[in-house]
Design a protein around this ligand. Structure first.
Ligand code: T4K
Length: 379
């Protein structure tokens, strides 16, 4: 440990959920108690669905109990099968929902700057078995939605976006959920906006809205008819009520993170071997949920793993999102698209990436200190 810098007295995690006041929660719980309605399309659910549709600037939105189930239902709703081209640089949920739908994930390499699926490489991976592209707006940086749509249109493929990280992201003033056939949002506690656990599907299709509502409620149309093999993906009233409260927090939290991101930029910009969060064009509105750096061992003098391990001595718990790559999991590494050397950019990014602590309650001095600790590791 460096002699000059003292570690933090309490652990600094990669994130901390935003908590509403207990009074706000109590007031909303009283509403639920009065209504005597706990789940299955209650009034809080209906209000949140409407409020989020407006906030996210999307035509249609279906709420879910979590993002993973939402993404599973997205695949069902579009009747996907066969092979789906996706990214190896994502959370486990992304390829797992394909497997749970009996679909084979085909891993495509990523762009070295955005860390999203490399739209240029998708076409070469398409076969007669391919039915869709499942892309991820990783860390909230939008994918190349135009190029992806172009290749999908050329081959008649569906486009699904895992937009778990992209709440409130916009391109040219359009909500991110307007791109592709369908997008999934996660409202997990660790996200910029949350409903404790929760998620949504957003899309432009009134028929899809109806079909997804059936699929998330066991396929039950009415007391006499069950019209498809659905699942239980329903968001309950307590989650929806918290979600309604959290809508009042999201802009402030975003602003705080913008300010913290600027400090990371200032402190770490120009440090040899450190690559900052990818910059985007002005017409893109980011949500600043994550702050992710990359560490080039040769230029920085220390590896990402060295930094990750030694941070702990200072009570700093950064995270290696997303290492290992999904293509390196035991359940996927036998796939030919996952063979070593097939995904050179993802493999490099997976070795270098580090998610830094990022949450509104973090103080500016904390971020400066974290950066000071990081710089003290330079060899
Ligand atoms: N697709 C993508 C691209 C995703 O990133 C995710 C989820 C999904 C799909 C699936 O969506 P959901 O089904 O989850 O809605 C966390 C989140 O649990 C997960 O939602 C998220 N991605 C992923 C990137 O991060 P873990 O395993 O890293 O969580 P955990 O428990 O280690 O929490 C991270 C840190 O947050 C902890 O070190 C401490 C802090 N923390 C966490 C919780 C839950 C708190 O301070 N308080 C808390 O209550 O996955």
């Amino acid at each position: 440990m460096s002699k000059e810098i003292q570690g933090f007295s309490a652990p600094i995690y990669v994130t901390k959920p935003v908590f509403p006041t207990i009074e706000e929660v109590t007031a909303k719980l009283e509403d639920i108690w009065r209504a005597e309605w706990l789940t299955n399309n209650g009034p809080q659910h209906a209000m949140l669905e409407k409020e989020l549709t407006e906030y996210l600037k999307v035509p249609y939105l279906n709420l879910f109990n979590n993002g993973t189930i939402a993404l599973m239902v997205a695949c069902q709703s579009l009747r996907l099968m066969g092979d789906v081209i996706t990214t190896p640089f994502t959370f486990a949920a992304t390829p797992h929902v394909l497997s749970w739908n009996n679909i084979r994930p085909i891993f495509c390499d990523i762009d070295p700057v955005t860390m999203n699926i490399d739209a240029e490489k998708i076409e070469s991976m398409i076969t007669p078995q391919t039915t869709a592209i499942l892309a991820v707006h990783v860390f909230g940086t939008p994918c190349d939605v135009e190029k992806i749509q172009k290749v999908a249109d050329k081959y008649g493929l569906r486009v699904v976006y895992d937009a778990a990280h992209a709440f409130g992201v916009e391109i040219d003033g359009k909500g991110i959920g307007n791109f592709g056939d369908i997008s999934m949002l996660s409202f997990h506690a660790t996200k910029l906006y949350h409903t404790v656990e929760g998620g949504a599907l957003v899309h432009k299709d009134a028929n899809l809205k109806e079909r997804i509502d059936l699929l998330k409620n066991f396929g039950i149309k009415n007391e006499e008819e069950v019209v498809m093999p659905g699942i239980n993906g329903k968001m309950n009233e307590v989650q929806a009520a918290i979600g309604r409260i959290m809508l009042g927090y999201v802009e402030k939290e975003r602003e705080k993170r913008i300010a913290l991101g600027k400090i990371y930029d200032e402190e770490l910009g120009g440090v040899p071997g450190i690559t900052l969060m990818p910059k985007v064009e002005e017409h893109v509105r980011l949500n600043h949920q994550y702050y992710v750096i990359r560490i080039d061992e040769e230029k920085f003098g220390r590896s990402r793993d060295y930094v990750y391990d030694h941070f702990k001595e200072y009570n700093v718990f950064a995270r290696k999102y997303f290492h290992p790559l999904c293509s390196e999991y035991t359940c996927y590494r036998q796939l030919s698209s996952a063979a070593p050397g097939q995904l050179p950019v993802a493999e490099k990014v997976g070795r270098e990436v580090l998610s830094m602590p990022m949450y509104g309650k973090l103080e500016a001095e904390d971020v400066r200190k974290i950066c000071g600790i990081l710089k003290s590791f330079q060899a």
